[in-house]
Design a protein around this ligand. Sequence first.
Ligand SMILES: *[C@@H]1O[C@H](CO)[C@@H](O)[C@H](O)[C@H]1NC(C)=O
Length: 125
Amino acid sequence: MQFSTILITLAVAFSPALAAPTAEPAAGEPTVAALEKRAVGVFVCTGQNFSGQCNHISPPFNVCQPFSATGLTGYQSWGPDQGTTCLWYTGGSCTGTQSGAVNFPGYTDVPDFWKFNTASFKCWT
Ligand SMILES: *[C@@H]1O[C@H](CO)[C@@H](O)[C@H](O)[C@H]1NC(C)=O
């Protein structure tokens, strides 16, 4: 709990978007920084060991994404590119329970809790 509180405190300090979780981010207007970072992202697959249906996604960084932004209906492996970190959330708009930081190389077998409960996520570099 204490660790989560620290993470949230840090996230709020560095991410103005988190301070107003109900506000809809300007998704259609990526910043120059976001555009420059399009070459990185997350490799996500429906099966373990990066099998099944896979997508390499480069969502706007530091902006909460609904799980549907993966383009998949579920996932069992999640691999941030080198230098990319993600957090998963049980609620929409990055609310609810927050995961620990997910860094490269990620998970070949995502913890069951997150396989079944990830409603939204956020990544940054
Ligand atoms: C994933 O890889 C591990 C280690 O090689 C293996 O034990 C496991 O059976 C694999 N899972 C699937 C679904 O292929």
